[in-house]
Design a protein around this ligand. Sequence first.
Ligand SMILES: *[C@@H]1O[C@H](CO)[C@@H](O)[C@H](O)[C@H]1NC(C)=O
Ligand SMILES: *[C@@H]1O[C@H](CO)[C@@H](O)[C@H](O)[C@H]1NC(C)=O
Ligand SMILES: *[C@@H]1O[C@H](CO)[C@@H](O)[C@H](O)[C@H]1NC(C)=O
Ligand SMILES: *[C@@H]1O[C@H](CO)[C@@H](O)[C@H](O)[C@H]1NC(C)=O
Ligand SMILES: *[C@@H]1O[C@H](CO)[C@@H](O)[C@H](O)[C@H]1NC(C)=O
Ligand SMILES: *[C@@H]1O[C@H](CO)[C@@H](O)[C@H](O)[C@H]1NC(C)=O
Length: 671
Amino acid sequence: MEVAEKRRELVLWIMVTVESLLFLCACCAEIPPRKVVWDGDCNPHIRLKRSEETVIIDNGLVEVTIENPSGHVMGIKYMGMDNVLECGNPNSNRGYWDIVWDDNAFDKMETKHVKVVAHTDDLVELSFTKKWHFTTDHGKAVPLNIDKRFVVQRGVPGLYMYGILERRHDFPEAQMYQLRIVFKLKEDKFGFMALSDTRQGIVPRGGDRDSSRSQTLAFKEAVLLTNPSNPQLKGEVDDKYQYSCENKDNKLHGWVSDDDAVGFWIITPSNEFRTGGPHKQDLTSHVGPIALSMFVSTHYTGIDIDVTYKKGEAWRKVFGPVLIYLNSASSDDDHRNTLWNDAKRQLSEEIERWPYNFTRSRDFPHAEERGEVCGQLLVRDRCLDEEPTQAQSAFVGLAAPGNAGSWQTEGKGYQFWAQTDNTGRFNIKNVRAGEYNLYAWVHGFIGDYKLDLNITIQPGNKINLGTLIYDPPRNGPTLWEIGIPDRTAAEFFVPEPHPAFVNTLCLDAADKFRQYGLWDRYSELYHHGDLVYTVGVSNYSRDWFFAHVPRNTGNGTNWSTTWQIKYNLQDVNEEGNYTLQLALAAASYAELQIRFNDREAVEPCFTTSRIGYDNAVARHGIHGLYRSYTIIIPGKRFHKGDNAIFLTQTRSHGSFDAVMYDYIRLEAPAG
Ligand SMILES: *[C@@H]1O[C@H](CO)[C@@H](O)[C@H](O)[C@H]1NC(C)=O
Ligand SMILES: *[C@@H]1O[C@H](CO)[C@@H](O)[C@H](O)[C@H]1NC(C)=O
Ligand SMILES: *[C@@H]1O[C@H](CO)[C@@H](O)[C@H](O)[C@H]1NC(C)=O
Ligand SMILES: *[C@@H]1O[C@H](CO)[C@@H](O)[C@H](O)[C@H]1NC(C)=O
Ligand SMILES: *[C@@H]1O[C@H](CO)[C@@H](O)[C@H](O)[C@H]1NC(C)=O
Ligand SMILES: *[C@@H]1O[C@H](CO)[C@@H](O)[C@H](O)[C@H]1NC(C)=O
């Protein structure tokens, strides 16, 4: 610890010295007229030029121009392209940080000061800062002290960006719903978008979404292209939420300019600074052409995610670094593939280098200042096996102390996740110092694991937790089950999209649920009556619709719907208690009521009450927030022979009031 501090001090001292040298260098360099003057003439590898309006960094591969002192990225010059960003936009609308706070107030996080924190043979790091002052900023600017960092390294065609945001204890209460970096690329150049190996393609131009060229569908984000500039896209749907991704997969996305055979990519080597854990979904790239680095949002969680900061609540967090990476290919080969594959290669390299050792902010700890937690997770489902079994491919993570599963809605701190191997072993590396709980969930088992111990990570320590055992909810042997406990509705029936509402970027089977309008297919398929599932006869991948939505009968009303599970019991233990294990994958403005055998019962046996804002149906997610319920039902409610369970989703104000199921299981009384 002490050694690390000393090293930091030394680094800081060197930084200050470098700055003074730079200053000298800039002074003497001002003398010769007309010649372009670079501070960095004292450094042939990376040149830096500062003027009243701009700061320019050039490493011979890219030239990055940042507005002084706002910290907006005005230009990125790369290969033959003078600016890969849209120079038709004002400086503040090309490459910028922004935040949405309180009542939809929007702040572009403009800064007031710029400082060169490092200029060496290997890199330049700039810091653009602003301090929040009550007298001038209250009610006008988000109550945050802002430090936006930009790093250009020798030999890397790109720009590393990170930000250090701070609330002091006397800052006013604020809700900070969304924080991101936005890039708006040159519109007439970047037309090919790539988000994954399967979701890639030519997408419409920004103007194609105008009302003269498209028709707005059920919400403003979704449009049907009626007269796009590229006629081949006519009749397709476009909606930025179709390009969403889970945090764990949201590592690389971006664009290709076919004319220049140039790629622009956002590379995110770690999720530690993202909120809501590995399965939280968020936006990536979308029509504009726009590329986003999302750090905080309420997407697919709604306001259940914790983004409220009270007065007196001091907070400081580092977002990033992320890498804005540029690459090029020769335009005669299969340049799109070449660029995508090269970007993937770069991603692996960045992951290898994580946590970066070049950043100069004290708030971003390097590897030796971080800790590690390992152990082995077993799962013991008493009705399957006497002995615990190894929890394979389970997600195990450290997040702020809270209840089991609270990481899903944790929106302020850092989270560190790993997956177990085939023997249930896990190793969570590069954990920042701090206090955490250890959480997990295991594919194939319901519920959430939490280790009842606060774990304090100190720099350099390695904690072996030994063998941990998860006892998932279980009261008795399985009578029947529907679905797979995997926190998504993906295994259920996901219909084909209506032929008039296809997006060709989502044609891969794994992306089927991202198509537009699938919710409406319920009303077509179940026009004459709601879904009925017969245990032993029905097959959940064909007969269980992926979302429990209202039914639109076309006469102007959305009807709340009641699904039925029919099953047969050969014996009933009237004295015992049965258990319904219910796991939901999503909920929006919903209430699920459950009745056993008596559909008309005034009082349901169980209700979830009003739950959820995750909007997963409208936003083409196959899950939102996970919830699980263990419902005890006395044996006298059951009949020998035929039985039915009625699942009523009572809310039907709009077609997106819905739940998605993850898994349902009926358990007999124990023993
Ligand atoms: C930083 O990391 C790189 C590779 O990730 C390594 O080559 C280099 O030696 C490291 N530098 C320091 C100062 O540790
Ligand atoms: C764990 O940390 C939480 C939050 O900091 C605290 O409320 C709780 O009392 C701690 N528990 C133990 C056992 O120390
Ligand atoms: C259920 O349906 C799916 C899709 O049609 C099929 O692949 C699967 O084999 C069926 N399962 C059973 C048990 O029939
Ligand atoms: C609308 O359709 C529902 C379901 O078919 C029906 O019960 C209801 O009477 C209809 N309402 C009107 C006003 O026609
Ligand atoms: C069944 O559950 C009720 C309510 O939880 C409880 O009072 C009762 O003792 C249970 N009966 C058995 C046989 O476990
Ligand atoms: C039914 O749902 C649609 C789509 O959300 C909505 O536009 C409409 O207002 C709803 N109708 C009623 C009567 O609630």
